[in-house]
Write a protein that binds this ligand. Structure first.
Ligand SMILES: [Zn+2]
Length: 65
């Protein structure tokens, strides 16, 4: 699998961060953000993003681990 890096800070991304970007931004261009850059981009806190990941996991979404 190709490694993905944060568009903003260049940090290697976890599976959850990639899944979250896919879910929340719905961008097919292959742009991904790490947790802290995504929080800034969406104007939310990292804690809110972590809560969202838990929600998606509860739904059984395969993008998260
Ligand atoms: Zn970043």
């Amino acid at each position: 699998m190709r490694k993905n890096y944060c568009l903003v800070c260049g940090r290697p991304l976890t599976k959850n961060e990639i899944g979250l970007t896919r879910k929340l931004i719905d961008d097919m261009a292959g742009k991904f953000y790490c947790m802290s850059c995504l929080a800034g981009y969406l104007d939310v806190t990292e804690d809110e993003l972590r809560a969202k990941i838990e929600d998606f996991k509860q739904e059984g979404c395969k993008l998260f681990s």
